[in-house]
Design a protein around this ligand. Structure first.
Ligand code: ADP
Ligand code: GN1
Ligand code: MG
Length: 368
């Protein structure tokens, strides 16, 4: 991996005592380059996460780091007030660079950050049980509750219009017209499927415009693998991947959980018969989310929980297809057609949600 030499340099840029033992690429994120690095502190092995932020995607990385510093230090203060025994496992903890900043630039000007490694917990790419779905949703609801108490100026919008689904739809249309990679002719089925659902894309923003749902501080990337699940207790112990924490809609967060934590298939599964929205997982997501967020969500938000899963799966399907048509320039890919495979799972999930929408709405109505 071309970033390998840079990690050797990056580990020397932060205030970490002891000797660097080893480092290797880590995780399955689509955007940043993540590494785990082990150090020896007086004979004890201590691990850290190092990340090189993708500055093609995050155009103002220093503003992004300001957001993360504010959110993590507010979370830390709140956790300390409540007297929990393990605050450094319950929020990300930035390690400062030698110059005291929460990030460092290497010799080539690339931006790195470093977090304490959260031990005794892990992330999952595929949901294992309703208990896990409950834990993940509860953790993201808690995170929204915590973010609501953040004082000070509005957070920076790290990617403008990130969840603007109508804008994502328009961009797909433009990608079809431009057809820079010559692939538009390969995907008539996906094109028609998405076009038939254009009416769904503006529903959440219309609710916002009518004042029926509020803007909140949200995470905006609540994939299942962005919450660490404690190995011993099964609790969703720490919400991670805070690059897109910014003003948004609570339903974006719940929707992305439905997208990533109800199907037994991987996001890039090629056997689409395996992709389906499983009701026990959805029911657990609703219970988990309402257990922590039920106190502040309004009726319209709750009434759209099931719909949010459909629209976010559609939105991410649109984004994967757009990237396929644009020549795979945004999401990391590992094989030809990878973004198209991902798009197809999202559309299969949309279909599965549509087939079960009535029951999903009943589940919400009986849980609240
Ligand atoms: P990306 O933006 O590329 O998705 P993430 O911030 O989600 O990057 O990190 C990728 C993976 O690294 C996560 O899914 C998680 O498994 C692991 N990870 C990230 N931060 C930590 C941490 N502080 N402690 C332990 N593991 C972490
Ligand atoms: C990216 O960084 P990661 O892998 O957690 C993407 C999300 C998508 C997701 C699809 C900044 O998330 O928006 O929903 O892939 N993050 C960004 O798996 O675009
Ligand atoms: Mg991630």
């Amino acid at each position: 991996m071309s970033a390998k030499p840079h990690i050797e340099e990056a580990v020397s840029l932060f205030r970490i005592p002891g000797a660097h033992l080893e480092s290797r690429p880590y995780g399955s994120g689509h955007i940043n380059d993540t590494f785990v690095a082990a150090f020896s502190h007086a004979g004890t092995r201590v691990r850290y996460i190092f990340q090189r932020v993708n500055e093609t995607i995050f155009r103002q990385p220093e503003a992004l780091m300001e957001n993360i510093s504010r959110v993590t230090s507010a979370a830390r203060s709140r956790l300390e007030e409540t007297g929990v025994v393990d605050p450094t496992r319950r929020t990300l903890s930035l390690v400062l660079a030698l110059d005291g900043k929460p990030f460092a630039r290497d010799g080539e000007g690339r931006l790195w950050r470093c977090y304490l490694f959260i031990e005794g917990a892990r992330t999952y790419d595929i949901i294992k049980s309703p208990q896990q779905a409950y834990a993940a949703a509860r953790a993201f609801g808690n995170f929204q509750g915590l973010a609501a108490g953040l004082g000070g100026p509005r957070l920076h919008e790290t990617i403008p219009n990130f969840h603007n689904t109508p804008a994502r739809f328009l961009r797909l249309k433009q990608a079809f017209e431009a057809d820079v990679a010559g692939r538009a002719g390969e995907v008539p089925v996906e094109r028609d499927f998405i076009a038939a659902r254009e009416g769904d894309t503006g529903v959440l923003l219309d609710l916002l415009a009518r004042g029926e749902i509020p803007e909140r501080i949200t995470h905006n990337d609540t994939k299942l693998n962005n919450v660490m699940i404690d190995d011993a207790s099964g609790e969703g112990i720490c919400v991670i991947d805070l690059d897109t924490v910014m003003p948004g809609l609570a339903l974006y967060d719940f929707g992305d959980l439905v997208r990533t934590a109800t199907s037994p298939a991987a996001e890039d599964e090629t056997d689409l018969s395996l992709v389906r929205m499983q009701m026990p997982m959805f029911e657990a997501l609703v219970r988990g989310y309402l257990s922590s967020a039920g106190g502040f969500l309004n009726e319209a938000e709750i009434a759209h929980l099931a719909f949010s899963g459909k629209v976010i799966a559609l939105e991410i399907g649109i984004r994967f297809l757009t990237d396929y048509l644009e020549g795979d320039v945004y999401f990391k890919t590992k094989r030809p057609g990878h973004n198209l495979d991902r798009c197809r799972t999202q559309l299969a999930l949309v279909r599965s949600i549509e087939e079960q929408m009535e029951t999903m709405n009943q589940v919400v109505a009986t849980t609240k």
